[in-house]
Design a protein around this ligand. Sequence first.
Ligand code: PLP
Length: 358
Amino acid sequence: MRKYNFYPGPSTLPAEVLEAYGEELLEYQGSGASFIELSHRSDEVLGCHERIVAMVRELLGAGEDYHVLLLPGGAIGQYAAIPMNLVAEGGKASLAITGHWSAIASSEMAKFCELHTAVDTRPECRTIPDPSSWDVADGSEFVAFVDNETIHGVEFQRFPSFGGVPLVVDQSSNILSRPVDLSDVGVLFACLQKNLGPSGLAFVIVREDLCDRRGRAVPSVWDYPKQASNQSMANTPPTFQFRMAELMLHWVKDRGGVERMAAANEAKAKALYDYIDSSGYYSNKVDPKFRSRMNVPFFLPEPAQEAEFVSGAFDAGILGIKGHRAVGGMRASIYNAMPQEGVDALVSYMKDFAEKHG
Ligand SMILES: *Cc1c(COP(=O)(O)O)cnc(C)c1O
């Protein structure tokens, strides 16, 4: 029996998407073989790639001035690929550290450029200082930040702006969850396994004109212009992920697109935070202005109760609720594919647990 799955990533996918894939597992749409058995140069796979690019452009509002890429190595791979592609040898960039993932981005990007920390909210990582107070180094080729910190549960309200310096945005855990303003965006990227499908790939949009600055050696699989002119097939791509990403993008489109996702996500997050705040039992310590709509960390009064909370949750049809060891406590990841009913089931379980133990 499928439970409501709150794992942070890989994470829940819509049953409709999994069923659609199941139906074509043995034979894909008259092709005579499973999609994953077809050559990546076949019309079917090239067609899938083309439809992904078109849907991404439509859903994100990304024009022809952006390359749309699907690249190996996930989001962490991009932390290296971005400075390699955008910053010349010895060049500079700036980055905001607001949680676990931007700290990892920092150590990775610093291997490939002179990286300045514009702001650092560690160790708590419970708020986002006003971008006008950030220390962006002169001559930075980009300013990078993680739009939603998956582990700390901190999310920007909107993209900051630094007088036109290109933004590098990690949207791994909130892509397509709300409309975005691409005006200052140089690169926006996300691993697939939160809002876009199964794990293993990074989805990347990058402004074409920024890719000419490098003059340095870049591995072919991460060479943006090369991948752009090769349908992201500089190596044999994971075609299963391609097809699943296409089905996920379709699902978002069929349900009314990004604005509709945003309204549903707003309602789910509000239901959960409202209950936590009013419970007198659970707590969330993030500055309310920057609470994530995608990942909701919360604490029980006593850490000793956590094991019982997690096992009871499983019996109540709730999976993957344990928090990350860096923060502790519990965490509910409520991406696009989590229905309101899943959040309602969680709140109802939390109420029962609090009544029994409070
Ligand atoms: C999950 C996640 C990553 C890591 O993705 P990988 O696929 O493991 O590379 C990076 N950044 C954020 C914000 C994430 O949520």
